[in-house]
Write a new protein. Sequence first.
Length: 125
Amino acid sequence: MFMMEQAIRETERMLTLLQMCNDRFNDVKERKTTYSFEEVVQPFVREADEQIASWYECAQKAQRTYSLQYVQRKHIDETKQAMEQLVVQSFFLATSRAMYKRTAQANEYRLKTLLDALQRVRTNE
């Protein structure tokens, strides 16, 4: 049960991280905001990578341990890779709006699908 709760918390944190990236991306595009690579981008990416790695470990364990409906290992792998990209791309004006939005929406869908599957298993335990 502890692993389940941890996987749920970590997935909720990933959704929050995604929203932060989306907000920053929109700010960069609308206001042409620039960030110092050494002072802002690098420390944020380092912290986000740790959060993503923690989520990835929990999600993999939950996927192996429980029968998670509509969640396969490849979905977790794809989400991890996309989140790592989105965190960095959200800082840069040159990032394509269409590409960013498609990737962010796909990730949000996968994260919410995982969260729903985890919550269903928790309810049935």
